[in-house]
Structures are given as C-alpha cells and as structure tokens.
Design a protein around this ligand. Structure first.
Ligand code: 5AD
Ligand code: SF4
Length: 446
C-alpha cells in the first residue's frame, strides 16, 4: 500500500462537552474535505486548538500550548484557534501570535475548509460572526468516543449569570429541530452506540418552537437501541413538571442529574443573577428526587464570587451537606472581562488567599460527603456500561446509570458492552467492582 498523500489535521480540545462535540463536527468536516486525522501536532499540516474562555486558567493553558507548538510544528503548518477564546479575542490573537493564521468562533465552522485552504496560501482570517440558524445539520461528526455519543441540541445561552462569559462567546440560545436530533440518534444507534448525551448550555430550556425538552426526552428515549439517555447541563428554573415527568417515565433516562448550584447563599445567588434562591434550588432537588427515588446529583459551585462573605460561604457548605451531592466540580471565581461581575465595586473583590482557602474547605466537604455515600453503596449490584481502558494496568473503566465510575478487571473486547457488577471497594470517589456472572440455569438431569 502506498502512503496516503492526503494532508492531515490535528484537533486539540479544551473546555466543556459542547466543545468536544464541536471538535467532532470540525473533524468530520475536514475529513469530508480531504484531510486525514493526525494524532499529534508535530507532523500535522493543520493544527486546530478548540478553546475555552470560561476561566482565565483555561485561556492561559491555550496561550502556553500555542507557544510550545511554535517550536514543534511543521514549518508550513496552518495553526487555527477556534471556539470560545477565539470568539472572545478575535483578531487580537492574530496580532499577538504570528504563527496563528485562523481565528474561528463557534458559529463559523462551516467555512473551516475554505479558510484553511486560504491560510495554506498565506491568507490569515478571523470569522467570529454569530449565525442564529447554524446547527451544522449537514456535517457528519467524526466521534472520538466509541461508546457514548454527544448530541448538541441547543447552542448559545439566553441567561445572563453575572460571572459568565458564555453568552458573549456562544451567542443567543437556539435549538435544533426535534426531528434532526432523532435522526442523529438513529444514526448513532446504527453505528453501534447505545448511550446518548444531549448537550446544551441550559439544555432543559430546549424548544424548537413546537416541542419542549420533555418531548425531546421522550422522542430520543423512544429510538430503538437507546439504552442510556443523559443530558447536560440543565438550569434549575427549566425543570417544569412536564420535564420531570418525562424523565421519570422514559426508561432510558439515567438516574443522575448534573444540576449546577453555584452557591448555597440566596444573597450570592441574587448577585450572580441565577434567578433562584437557596430554597428554590432545594425545592427543585426535592421535586426531582420525589419523581425519581435514588437519583444521583452532581453540581458546579463557585467560591470567591465578588462580595461573598464568610456567612455566604458557610451557607454553601451547609447546602452541600443538606443536598448530599454525589460529587461536585468546584471553582474559584475568575473575573471575565465584560461580564457584569467585573463591574461590581472593587471593595467586593475576594482575595485569592481567601478564595483558595474557601475552595479547600469546600473540596473537603464535598469529598467527605461523596466518600460517605459511596461507602454506603458497597456490596450493591449495578448495571455498568464499560467505557474504556482504565489508566492503571489491565483494568477497565465502567459507568453505572447513576454516573459512578467503577474499575473492573476484564478484556478490551468488553468495551462498549454492559455488565452487572458488585461494588467491592471505593477510593472515596470511584469504585472497584467485580463482574457478577449471570447464573445460567441448566435443565436438571433426569
Ligand atoms: N469563574 C469561575 N467559574 C465559572 N464558571 C462559569 N463561569 C465562571 C467564572 N467566571 C463555572 C460554573 C459553571 C461551570 C461550567 O464553570 O460553575 O457551571
Ligand atoms: Fe468553555 Fe463555556 Fe465555551 Fe464550553 S461554552 S468551551 S465551558 S466557555
């Protein structure tokens, strides 16, 4: 066989699942335009960094990576910055990094092959217009994950949380047509996957003009072959009774909700413009748990938001205990230029020292809750979907319906299959498990 002469593209993804999904669309588009996928930047003809802007740290990582690439990449490689940081900084990136020739925001990927071709001829470009019709329906994503499929159902965000850059980087909210989501789900099942994760910035506010999120859950859950249905991230205010009923009644919907709380203090929530109070959040949790007993809950929490007092923070700690989260992603507030939080009085700023100390206490509280819950689950049997090889030798990583990670022994060919496991141990956050062999009853000898 002769070696392929097709040019190659390497994509590196930062940030959320929506970005992973966008990278899958970009890779699909590039492959359809004559490129092969490269698994390292060194020899790639095109290098794309699909970036995140949610916290300063995320942007600093990309800046570091761009510097590193300069000395390692092929001399004539085209380097593009895409995603949220591209949208936020636009042409500034071209000015500051001379080896970058493309800057493309989340709504500009349709022109990716053309802009790459131009860039290979030396034309640098920025594409950061929003396109409220854009859902990339005709793109065929090249999925990185072989076991579960990310399905974007909504782009952009219409909430205006005062800390958040996303409405600026991803523009106004718009949803795909339900039929298109169902079509994509059928294709996913035909490719051999049985878990679907619906994606949107406030995914449960989905509406295509006729159907709401409850309709979407029922329709996707009804596609033959969908065994597990998840979604991320919902907003507490968009959990209508209809949506909760659809979750409870749709068998494929997994017993886990990731429900960003952000703070347990009503005063801070008001200043964050989250549009719910501490009690409102608790009430949402109760409604979900009443409809789905045993529902696992995870969350996002920010500490050090401007003006957060020790009392506010203690309310966050007590809310974490009161809800009993299965896990939480915890963040120090990061000021994002142009967001309303940056216009709060200077005197409200929380020092990094205080924020770090609060973060450490929060992590302790979250961890001890997780550990306690997980210890209580030891000995239970669960269905798991085997997702990939574990980082440690010879083991596999599997996931329960309620989103617990279980490390089990097994062979690579078990990836993508389901098994029943007994939870035999826990590190606190993840479990070890033993596969339970289904007992086959043989006919009695006569
Ligand atoms: N600083 C820190 N954390 C943030 N998040 C969003 N914006 C910021 C910010 N400016 C967190 C929120 C959100 C998660 C994806 O990132 O908790 O739910
Ligand atoms: Fe990061 Fe938010 Fe953009 Fe996702 S939508 S990449 S989390 S800034």
């Amino acid at each position: 066989m002769t070696e392929s002469t097709r040019p190659t593209v390497y994509i590196e993804t930062y940030g959320c699942q929506m970005n992973v999904s966008d990278s899958e669309l970009m890779l699909g588009k590039m492959v359809a335009s004559g490129y092969d996928e490269a698994d390292a930047p060194d020899n790639a003809d095109v290098i794309l960094l699909n970036t995140c802007a949610i916290r300063d740290h995320a942007e600093q990582r990309v800046i570091g990576r761009l510097g590193e690439m300069k000395s390692k990449m092929k001399k004539d490689a085209v380097v593009g910055v895409t995603g949220c940081m591209a949208q936020r900084l636009g042409p500034q990136i071209l000015k500051r990094a001379k080896h970058v020739s493309l800057v493309i925001g989340p709504d500009g990927y349709r022109s990716l092959p053309l802009l790459v071709e131009n860039a290979r001829r030396g034309v640098r470009a920025t594409a950061t217009d929003f396109d409220l019709e854009e859902h990339y329906e005709d793109f065929k994503p090249r999925r990185f994950d072989k076991v579960k499929a990310w399905v974007p159902v909504q782009r952009g965000c219409d909430y205006r949380c005062t800390y958040c850059i996303v409405p600026t980087t991803r523009g106004p909210e718009r949803s795909r047509q339900l039929d298109e989501v169902v079509r994509e789900t059928r294709e996913i099942v035909a490719e051999g996957m049985s878990e679907v994760v619906l994606l949107g910035q406030t995914v449960n506010s989905y509406t295509d003009g006729i159907h709401d999120f409850a309709d979407l859950l029922r329709a996707v859950g009804a596609v033959d072959g969908v065994k597990r249905l998840r979604f991320t991230s919902p907003h507490p205010n968009d959990f209508s009774d209809c949506v909760i009923a659809a979750m409870a009644e749709t068998e494929a919907v997994c017993e886990h909700v990731h429900l960003p709380m952000q703070s347990g203090s009503s005063r801070t929530l008001r200043r964050m413009l989250r549009r719910y109070s501490r009690e409102g959040y608790f009430e949402c949790v109760d409604r979900l748990r009443t409809a789905m007993p045993g529902l696992a809950m995870t969350t996002d929490i920010i500490v050090g938001f401007p003006g957060e007092t020790e009392e506010d923070f203690l309310e966050t700690l007590s809310a974490v205990r009161e809800v009993g989260f299965d896990d939480a992603y915890t963040f120090k507030f990061s000021a994002r230029e142009g967001t309303p939080a940056t216009r709060m009085p200077e005197s409200d700023t929380i020092s990094d020292e205080v924020a770090s100390e609060r973060l450490a206490r929060l992590i302790d509280t979250v961890r001890s809750g997780t550990r306690e819950r997980n210890l209580g689950a030891l000995g239970e049997r669960r269905e798991v979907l085997i997702e990939k090889q574990a980082r440690r030798g010879g083991l596999l990583q599997a996931r329960t319906r309620d989103f617990k990670t279980v490390i089990i022994p097994g062979e690579i060919d078990m990836i993508g299959t389901y098994a029943t496991v007994e939870l035999t141990g826990t590190t606190g956050s993840t479990f070890t498990g033993a596969v339970v062999r289904e007992r086959v009853s043989l006919p009695m000898a006569v």
